[in-house]
Write a protein that binds this ligand. Structure first.
Ligand code: RIB
Length: 348
C-alpha cells in the first residue's frame, strides 16, 4: 500500500487488504466482523491482528446501505448561524439519536433554489426523512419527495396542507406579546425591525403586532415605524437602527426586533449612537436564545421552546416512519412566552 509524503496511506485499507494480510478470504473477514461465532479462534485472531496492523475501519455506510438499514434524516433550516436553529437542531438530534438515526443539517439562507439543491442532495444520500423550515418557495419539492417515499415534517412553520405534519410556535401570539409588553410600559411609538414578508415567521409576527396595537387603540400609522431588514441577523439589526435614527419624524421610544440576533445588532448600533437602553429605547427580541440573558443589559425576548420544537418534530417524523399509512398527520403548535429583562423594563 503506497503512502503519501506525509506518511499517511493514500487510501483507506479495504476488507480485501485485510484478507490478503491474514491469508483468508474476504468472506472470512466479513464473518469475523459480523458473525465471529462462525470463525475458529485461531483464524479470528489472525484477522484481528491484520485489522489492527492495517488500521482497517469498516465502512458503516456501505454495510448499512447493503443491509438497507442506513438511518439518516436531513434537515434544512434558514440559517444554522442563528442559535435559534442550532438549539432546535439539538432537540432534533437528541430524538433521532434515541433511534440511532444520524442528522445532516444545512441552511437554505431563505433561498428556494438552495433549499431545492439540498433536498436533491439528501435524496441522493438516501435519507429516510427530511425536516424543513421552508424558504419563500412552494412546497412542491417537498410534496414530490414525500410521494417518492421520503417522510417530510415542516419545522418552525405550520403546514398549509393536511398530509404533511408540522411543528411551530404561534408567531402571531408572539408578535402580540412583544407589543402588549411595550404598550404596558407606556410606549405609544414603537419601531418594528422585521424581515421580508416572504418569510412566514415575519408575516405572522407582524400580524400579531398589528392586532396588539389595535387592541390598545393605537393607530399603526402613528404608532408603528416599520423597518424591513434584508438579513435576520446582527448586521440586519445594525442596518435597521442606522436607518431608523437617520429617518425624519419623532423617534420611537421602543423597538421590537424580529429575532434575538437582530436585537443583538440593534443594541450594538444603539449604543454606538449613545442611545440609553431602556431609558431612551426599550428593546424586545424574539427566540430567547442562550445569549439573551447574558448581555450587559439582558434582553427581553419572546421565548420559543427551541429544544422541544426540534425534539417533537423529529418524534413526529419517526412515528410517521414506523406507523406508515396509519399515521395521523398533525400540526403541533406551541405557545410563546414573554421573558421580561432589563432591555425593556429597568425594574426587571
Ligand atoms: O429565521 C428567522 C427566525 O424565525 C428565527 O430567529 C426564529 O425566530 C424563527 O422562528
Amino acid at each position: 500500500m503506497s503512502t503519501t509524503t506525509r506518511g499517511r496511506a493514500d487510501r483507506r485499507p479495504s476488507i480485501t487488504d485485510v484478507a490478503k494480510r491474514a491469508g483468508v478470504s474476504v468472506g472470512t473477514v466479513s464473518n469475523v466482523l459480523n458473525r465471529p461465532d462462525q470463525v475458529s479462534d485461531s483464524t479470528r485472531d489472525r484477522v484481528l491482528v491484520a485489522i489492527e496492523e492495517l488500521q482497517f475501519v469498516r465502512n458503516a455506510s456501505a454495510r448499512q446501505l447493503r443491509a438497507g438499514t442506513i438511518q439518516t434524516v436531513g434537515a434544512i433550516v434558514l440559517d444554522i448561524a442563528n442559535p435559534f436553529f442550532t438549539e432546535v437542531a439539538r432537540g432534533v438530534e437528541d430524538r433521532l439519536a434515541a433511534d440511532e438515526y444520524t442528522l445532516m443539517l444545512s441552511s437554505s439562507d431563505e433561498d428556494p433554489e438552495r433549499e431545492a439543491r439540498y433536498l436533491r442532495l439528501f435524496e441522493e444520500h438516501g435519507v429516510q426523512g427530511v425536516m424543513v423550515t421552508p424558504s419563500a418557495g412552494s412546497l412542491d419539492g417537498l410534496l414530490a419527495l414525500r410521494d417518492r417515499g421520503i417522510d417530510v415534517v415542516l419545522l418552525d412553520t405550520t403546514s398549509p396542507v393536511d398530509d404533511i405534519s408540522s411543528v411551530a410556535v404561534d408567531d402571531v401570539r408572539g408578535g402580540a406579546l412583544a407589543i402588549e409588553h411595550l404598550v404596558s410600559l407606556g410606549h405609544t411609538r414603537i419601531a418594528f425591525l422585521n424581515g421580508p414578508l416572504t418569510i412566514k415567521q415575519c408575516v405572522d409576527r407582524r400580524e400579531g403586532v398589528l392586532a396588539a396595537l389595535a387592541d390598545a387603540g393605537l393607530d399603526p400609522a402613528a404608532s408603528l415605524v416599520e423597518i424591513t431588514i434584508g438579513s435576520l441577523n446582527a448586521e440586519g439589526g445594525e442596518d435597521g437602527v442606522n436607518r431608523l435614527l437617520d429617518a425624519d419624524g419623532d423617534r420611537p421610544t421602543a423597538m421590537f426586533c424580529v429575532n434575538d440576533l437582530t436585537a443583538l445588532g440593534a443594541l450594538r448600533a444603539l449604543r454606538a449612537h449613545g442611545v440609553a437602553i431602556p431609558a431612551e429605547m426599550a428593546v424586545v427580541g424574539y427566540d430567547d436564545v442562550v445569549f439573551a440573558s447574558m448581555l450587559t443589559v439582558p434582553l427581553t425576548s419572546v421565548r420559543q421552546p427551541t429544544h422541544q420544537l426540534g425534539w417533537t418534530a423529529a418524534d413526529l417524523l419517526l412515528r410517521q416512519r414506523s406507523e406508515g399509512a396509519a399515521f395521523q398527520h398533525q400540526r403541533v403548535q406551541f405557545q410563546p412566552e414573554l421573558v421580561v429583562r432589563g432591555s425593556s423594563d429597568p425594574s426587571a
